[in-house]
Design a protein around this ligand. Sequence first.
Ligand code: SAH
Ligand code: SF4
Length: 390
Amino acid sequence: MTAPGNHKTLVAAKGTGSPSIDRRARPPRHLADFAPAERREWVAGLGQPPMRAGQLARHYFARLETAPERMTDLPASGRADIVGRTLPTLLTPLAERRADGGRTVKALWGLTGGVRVETVLMAYPDRVTVCVSTQAGCGMGCPFCATGKLGLARNLSAAEIVEQVRLAAVAAANGALGGQPRRLTNVVLMGMGEPLANFRATQRALSDLTDPAPSGMGLAARNVTVSTCGLVPAIDRLAQEGPAVRLALSLHAPDDELRDRLVPVNRRYPVAEALDAARRYFDATGRRVSIEYALMRGVNDQSWRAGRLAKELNRRGSGWAHVNPIPLNPVEGSEWTASYPEVEAEFVAHLRGKGIVATLRDTRGADIDGACGQLAARVAGQRAAMDTGD
Ligand code: SAH
Ligand code: SF4
C-alpha cells in the first residue's frame, strides 16, 4: 500500500530526523492501552470511582468523544482533569493531503517525542477504510520499502494505534470524504511499521477495535486486517489468542533465494515456514489469508515465479489463500521499479490458470505526491479478497 512507499515523501518533507526527535519518549497512558478488565482498577488508582471506567469507555469507543464538556454524566467538578488523564491527546495533526476528488485523505501525525506517522482514509461506494501505522518507522529493512529505509524510531502504544482509527472515523462522520457523512467500516494495519513486531500493543488495539461497544469500537473482525512480513511465532500467537482478524502475509517472492533479499526477515522465517504459519492461521480462524505480492520489474515478476507461488499455495490446500499482486510503488533512489502492465497481467493470468484467486488493482490517489496509489491499491486488493468471501 502506499503507505510505506509513500510515507517517506510526506514524512521526510516534514523533517523526520530533525534534532527535536526523542525516540525514548513514551506517550502517556490512555484508556485504550488497557483491557476492559484492567480499566476499573486503573481508574480507581487515579482516585476515581471504578464505574467511571465504563462511562469513559462509552464516550470514547461508542461515541468517539474526548471533549469533557460533552460528557455530562460525569460530575462537572474534576471532569476535565479525569478526562485529561484517561483520554490524553496523543496525535497532533501536521499535514493533510487529498486525492481522488476528496475520496482519499492522507494525514501526517506528530506523536510524543516528535516522531511522525501517517494514516490514510479511503472512501469506496460500499465501505470506508483507514490504513493505520503501528510503529514510527520499521526495523525490518525491506529494501523496496520507504518505511524500511527510515529504520525503527519506536513502537506505537495501543492507544496511538486506536486514536488513528478514532480520528479517521470522526473525520469520515463529519464529511471529510467528499462532504457526505460516512461510517468507517474497515481498518488495515498496513501503514508504517511491522504490526507483529509490536505485538502487545497491536493485539490490544485490535481488541479495542473489535470488542463490542461500549468496551470497544465494535468493528467486525472480518473487516480488520493485520499485515505482516512473516513473523512466524507472532502469527501463531495471534491465531491462538485472537482476535480473529484477517491476516495478510507480505510474501513478494515464492523462493528463499530472492525473498532473503526482498524481505530480510526471511533468513529467520523462510518461505515454507511463513506459508505454513499462514495456513495454520486459516485453520484456526477460518479466514482466508491474503498473500501480498508487489510486482517488481525483472525481479519477482517472471511467470515461473507465478507458477512456483501457485504450487506453494496449492500444496497446502485449496481455497485458503488468495494473492494480491500490486505494482511496486517505486521508492526514490531504489534500484527497483514497477513491472510492465502486460507482465503484471501475465503473472495474474498464470496464477489463475493454476486455480489461485488473484486480482491486480490499479493504483489510486496517484496525485498525492504520486504516491497514495500504492496504499489504495493494496486496500482495494483486500476488498477484492472480501468480495470473494472467506
Ligand atoms: N510491515 C507490514 C505492514 C506494513 S507494509 C508488512 O510488511 O506487511 C504494508 C504492505 O506494503 C506490505 O505488503 C509491504 O510489503 C508493502 N510495501 C512496502 N513498500 C512497498 C512499495 N514500495 N510498493 C508496494 N508495496 C510496498
Ligand atoms: Fe516496510 Fe518491510 Fe517494515 Fe513492512 S516489514 S513496513 S515492508 S520494511
